[in-house]
Design a binder for this molecule. Structure first.
Ligand code: HEC
Length: 187
């Protein structure tokens, strides 16, 4: 198919007519239209009822703000999914794959990419600990300034996992073994 696409482009440029069976196959193939009858199904309807529990793609699922990072337009303050060790481990993995090359392994903005970027440098995420959780989620989900969205690389759970890991990096900043801000069992 890949090889055919340039050929089709050429045909279009030269004004040749593209055989309709080549491009229009889906339009002319036999298929059911809305509300048509069907002998295949016992109830005679071509349109099927979606399986129980099906929800529209656009439906809001989970806790408020989980899919968008906002509730009534305002950024969510805290992470709306359960933060546990498994989530942090997922976040660490995804952060190191998707974010670290720019924002640095520690989140401090020190990276090879940053050193060689001219336009606008990836900022240190450690300076942003006062920003609400939704700020990080929406940056990942929608993009931020020149940074593109990474919603194609990370699903909803993975995005929050990365946010949770960024929070962990922020909390770990400047912490020494025995540090007061560590939970008692980790000192
Ligand atoms: C290709 C490099 C690159 C990658 C990869 C990248 N970022 Fe960014 N990020 C940037 C740059 C550059 C900016 C600043 C954009 C601007 O100000 O226009 C930025 C901005 C941000 C901001 C907003 C900072 C602020 O000032 O409020 C957040 C949050 C952020 N990135 C998080 C992430 C997370 C989380 C990931 C991984 C999912 C990620 N970024 C991946 C380059 C990158």
């Amino acid at each position: 198919m890949r090889k055919l696409i340039p050929a089709v482009g050429l045909l279009a440029l030269t004004g040749c007519e593209i055989p309709s069976e080549f491009l229009q196959r889906m339009e002319v193939q036999s298929k059911y239209e809305y509300y048509e009858t069907s002998e295949f199904w016992a109830d005679g309807r071509a349109m099927r009822t979606p399986p129980e529990g099906t929800i529209p793609r656009e439906a809001k699922v989970g806790n408020p703000g989980m899919t968008s990072g906002r509730v009534n337009g305002a950024l969510v303050a805290t992470i709306p999914v359960q933060v546990d060790k498994a989530l942090l481990q997922l976040g660490q993995k995804k952060y190191s794959i998707v974010c670290a090359q720019c924002h640095g392994t520690l989140g401090d903005g020190n990276s090879i990419v940053a050193e060689n970027m001219g336009l606008r440098l990836p900022p240190s995420l450690l300076e942003l600990s006062d920003r609400p959780a939704g700020h990080f989620y929406t940056a990942i989900n929608e993009g931020y300034g020149v940074m593109p969205s990474f919603s194609g690389e990370l699903d909803t759970q993975e995005r929050w996992a990365v946010v949770a890991y960024v929070r962990a990096l922020q909390a770990a900043r400047g912490t020494r073994a025995g540090g007061e801000n560590l939970p008692q069992e980790n000192r």
